[in-house]
Design a protein around this ligand. Sequence first.
Ligand code: GLU
Length: 477
Amino acid sequence: MNKSPCVRFAPSPTGKLHLGGARTALFNWLYAKHYGGDFLLRIEDTDTERSKRKYTDQILSSLKWLGLNWSEPIIFQSERNLIYKEAAQNLLDNKLAYRCFLTKEELEFEREKSKKEGLDFRVPKTYRNLSLDDQKGMLNAGKSFTIRLKVPSKGSTFFEDKIYGEINVNNHEIDDFIIVRSDGSPTYNFTVVVDDNNMGINCVIRGEDHISNTPKQILIYSALHLPVPDFAHLPMILGADKKRLSKRHGAAGVEHFKNQGYSVDALLNYIAMLGWNSGTEDELFSIEDLISKFDINKVQKKGAVYDEKKLHWVAGQHMIQKPEINILDEIREDDPDWQKHSKDNYIYRVLQLMKIRASTLNELKEACTYFFTDPKDYDHKAIAKRWKDKSVNKLINNFIKRLEMLSSWSQTDLDICLRDTSQEMAVSAAKLIHPVRLALSGKSHGPGLFELIELLGKMTTLRRLRKALDIFPLKDD
Ligand code: GLU
């Protein structure tokens, strides 16, 4: 590559930033980072009815949360009317575009006529070569007009998409399309070209739903004598049923994933895999890995399937690999007071023990609760099974006595202590292990029992065991 790349993300603020938009932003950002180029942001807010300030705010805050930082300033299309007007005037002056006075009714009539005749509808080129005097006449008569591009009637428009390969469209298949509406507002295809050129964009990376717009945009570049950027269109994201991803599939805003407690690094790793792979078996990437390995040429054409289970798995793997200190920072970004009453070292040990049991920060916080507060709820099904009668109380009592006498609180000593108790009482170790776990955590599953006891410490362990003696078994036999 001889030019430093300059790419952009250009969302329309007509909804929240969803998974597809986040992927487009990520791929642009990775492309810029990989080649040491620029990543710019443009808000396409020319549709005044559907564009909302609250969506712009949501998009910006989601991008910030994802860490997809852009070079300032943000370009707002709604502030650039003059620039579009000038560009349109340039095309009119050079006779590369024209004022079209066809009314809606006339167009509708022509459309119906083609339908009846079984022909494809084509926009009549009635006003394509209207003389300046005739145009003035129409304008003086107060006729409203759109501005249409004079699409060459011969030849074809070609581009080499970095993902979809060669795309060639015969110009005679393209109508003289509108670049400025009758109310004076510029159309999407026109503003994109003017802005991309103005912003120095040399590679356009966006969803494949824009492939059909690209030839029109190239025709505008040619008319304006502007260099045409490279194009890379990203495959659709599909749900498990292979239909286009929609809210039905959980394609909610990026905020939804934040609220569920997904870490940014895990989510970006997963989003990167929606259409891209490194060409190896590797699936787990840090953000730095993604930057160094990302290659737009390795994006596939075929639709990428969104799979929530896979996202969850990726998140779990990231959690395992993440240092506890970083996990705590992430939790406290959103919940600054989380376990503030405990010492950081204790929290790190808890996180180290529990991080393999959670994929999201929410799951992890929930799983860690009993390390910080005595259980209030117990798994009653497990209690009914493991603490059937008073014989268990006898076992626990004996265990408590031995624990009280322990001078060292290591996992090995705790293990010996429990096995001594079970031997003396002539029961299997399991008869003690399950009720002890329930008494300490309220749960039937969890980390290794001796790791749990060691970490809880003597005071807490004894307090919880004694409390359990008071409340279990659930009914007296
Ligand atoms: N504003 C367009 C969209 O949200 C993107 C246009 C483009 O990237 O060229 O789909």
